[in-house]
Design a protein around this ligand. Structure first.
Ligand SMILES: [Fe+2]
Ligand SMILES: [Fe+2]
Length: 288
């Protein structure tokens, strides 16, 4: 290895060590553009299962794009009705507060993350993957009697660590020229869950979200939040089964001991196979 190749390797290693040191946390604070404070606030209101349709309509009506998206949802295949709806309040009633709350949460939390300049060319697909995993988390949680709103939010945020690392690498603390794409990807793969968990702590998300996100690839480590982490793990695996924003994994998840522990059987899987892809297509188009 030549002198300059050795220097390049040291520079790349130093960047990874900087990431591991946690010194990036301050940068994530000052550049809260990842998830704007207002969006977090709206998402928080939308997360309340007891929010009234009137309150929800009030919150949404402050954002014309969001309002238009809710009306689109009401007129989409999701609601299967012949009459066209034009008002936001009618749309909320037709679709139901739950579906509206999910859409609002998904739009708020992913709105800034599609920017290819900050997050690279795969950003759009990564957001689609987050939305697909959120809906699968909701369906799985519903089935196994876990909190489906929390599972939805966990699904949306499960790979947020990938976005954090990409934003640092592309914008806040650019990686050295010697960092190959393969090395950066390897770094993202091995560290995104832990980094995502740390970012969520910084942003004051509750443990019931932060812990499952941190352990979504290794739910047995999620002490105190094992079932929620297992639901998130399953949702992510299912997103890969259907190729939601990622390549298709054709291995059967029924052989996975975490699926059997959750009680996910062939019947439920067949039900998901029928329902999930259609739901995903509607959701990803409208939340965009
Ligand atoms: Fe992940
Ligand atoms: Fe994932």
């Amino acid at each position: 290895m030549s002198e300059w190749q050795q220097q390049g390797a040291r520079d790349a290693q130093a960047w990874i060590e900087w990431l591991d040191s946690g010194a990036w946390e301050r940068l994530v604070d000052s550049t809260s553009a990842m998830i704007p404070a207002l969006a977090v606030e709206v998402a928080r209101i939308a997360q309340d299962p007891d929010v009234s349709p009137i309150r929800l309509t009030q919150v949404i009506s402050k954002d014309p794009i969001m309002a238009a998206n809710v009306v689109r949802l009401a007129n989409s295949a999701f609601s299967a009705s012949a009459t066209t709806i034009t008002s936001l309040s009618d749309a909320v009633v037709r679709v139901g507060t739950r579906a509206v709350r999910q859409l609002v949460t998904a739009s708020c939390l992913t709105g800034q993350l599609r920017n290819p300049k900050t997050y690279g060319t795969a950003a759009r697909e990564m957001v689609d993957h987050a939305i697909g995993t959120a809906y699968l988390g909701w369906l799985v949680a519903d089935r196994v009697d876990e909190d489906s709103d929390a599972a939805f939010l966990c699904g949306l945020l499960h790979d947020i660590g990938k976005f954090v690392i990409l934003k640092l690498a592309h914008a806040d603390r650019p990686v050295p020229a010697s960092m190959t794409e393969a090395r950066l990807n390897q770094c993202i793969q091995s560290r995104h869950a832990g980094i995502g968990g740390r970012a969520l702590t910084r942003w004051q998300f509750a443990d019931e979200i932060r812990v499952p996100v941190t352990w979504h690839h290794d739910p047995a480590q999620a002490h105190g939040h094992l079932p929620q982490a297992a639901v998130l793990y399953a949702a992510n695996r299912l997103a890969h089964r259907y190729g939601f924003g990622c390549t298709v994994d054709s291995d059967s998840p029924l052989d996975d001991p975490i699926f059997s522990k959750l009680g996910i059987d062939a019947d439920f899987l067949a039900e998901l196979d029928g329902k999930a892809p259609g739901l995903y297509e509607v959701a990803r188009k409208i939340a965009a």
